[in-house]
Design a binder for this molecule. Structure first.
Ligand code: CUA
Length: 335
């Protein structure tokens, strides 16, 4: 138990250590700026109210109480003004002002109904990972990846979100507020990142055992870099060259992996789990829960159920020794 907690703590430190922090107060685009503005206004207003309340409480607690003779008789009336102002008028005014500012923020949010004809990216939530389809242009140019979203900087990117199972919520605090992924519905988000960088996000709606491990990473890159990345993703997987990798590919395609995963350019065409065509180009695996390296890939193949209990990926303990090494070698060269 303690080692598990320590692991979680270390994981959190590692994640926050090498990634852009998940802060709504450090906006990277217009939608997040609106929200940050509103957050500051609310934060400062309520801090002022809190300080005033504590000052009153301290004053009540420490003031000289006086004797019965010094006080007016209790039935003389008066004092209701405190209740009228402090309990009704001031709170109503504060809440009304914040409500109006909130409405204003909503109306200037960089997205209006019916503004989007066709989204560029279509995201589908799964328990517990993100399917990401790039759907700009004619269908032959469409491509599917997972968990790591890339967008170009300096322009708006329209995204459509939905879910394949339960309700999830798409949330990248540095760029946008939360948007729910609802069964049978398509919601829209308009993202814009001004500067290149990595933005961390998180599923923000409880969706089962691994909700906390349904992590998102968004990579904002200059337009030419983004185009190159997208072109590369459209290509089929690189064929293996070494004997070990060739063996790994055979194990993948002829074994249970191909029932659930697709690797374009091979006979593996499963549609249950993430597309692995360019797995090695992604920084992390298991919906960004684990770093993408040999040790984690091996552990994921053989013990996914220990790393993410109840995940659709079974423990493939039939792979061990040389076979496991070959399989992982193949996965590692899927650049
Ligand atoms: Cu998906 Cu929480």
């Amino acid at each position: 138990m303690r080692s598990l907690r320590l692991q979680t703590l270390l994981g959190t430190l590692l994640l926050t250590g090498c990634r852009e922090e998940m802060s709504i107060l450090r906006p990277g685009g217009p939608a997040a700026e609106k929200l940050a503005e509103l957050t500051w206004i609310v934060l400062i207003t309520f801090s002022v109210v809190t300080v005033a309340m504590w000052a009153l409480i301290v004053w009540v607690g420490t003031r000289r109480r006086g004797s019965f003779e010094e006080h007016a008789p209790p039935d003389i009336g008066g004092g209701q003004n405190w209740i009228l102002w402090g309990g009704f008028l001031i709170p109503a005014a504060v809440l009304a002002v914040i409500f109006v500012i909130g409405l204003q923020s909503m109306s200037t949010f960089p997205m209006k109904d019916g503004e989007i004809a066709a989204p560029e990216i279509a995201i589908t939530g799964h328990q517990w990972w993100w399917e990401v389809k790039y759907v700009a242009g004619p269908p032959p140019l469409h491509v599917t990846t997972a968990n790591e979203i890339h967008i170009p900087t300096g322009r708006y990117v329209d995204i459509q979100v939905t879910t394949a199972d339960v309700i999830h919520s798409f949330w990248i605090p540095g760029l946008h507020g939360k948007t729910d992924l609802i069964p049978g519905r398509e919601n829209r988000i308009r993202l814009r990142a001004e500067k290149p960088g990595i933005y961390r996000g998180q599923c923000a709606e409880f969706c089962g055992a691994n909700h906390a491990k349904m992590i998102l990473v968004l990579v904002a890159q200059p337009p030419d870099e983004y185009d190159a990345w997208l072109d590369h993703q459209r290509e089929p997987a690189v064929p293996p060259v070494t004997t070990e990798a060739i063996r790994g590919k055979r194990l993948f395609v002829e074994g249970p992996c191909a029932l659930c995963h697709t690797i374009r350019g091979t006979d593996a065409r499963g549609g249950v789990g993430p597309d692995l065509t360019h797995l090695a180009s992604r920084d992390r695996i298991a919906s960004n829960y684990l770093e993408n390296n040999r040790a984690n890939l091996s552990a994921w193949v053989t013990h996914a159920q220990s790393l993410k209990p109840e995940v659709a990926m079974p423990n493939l303990t039939m792979f061990e020794g040389e076979e496991l090494r070959a399989l992982v070698t193949y996965l590692e060269q899927l650049e």
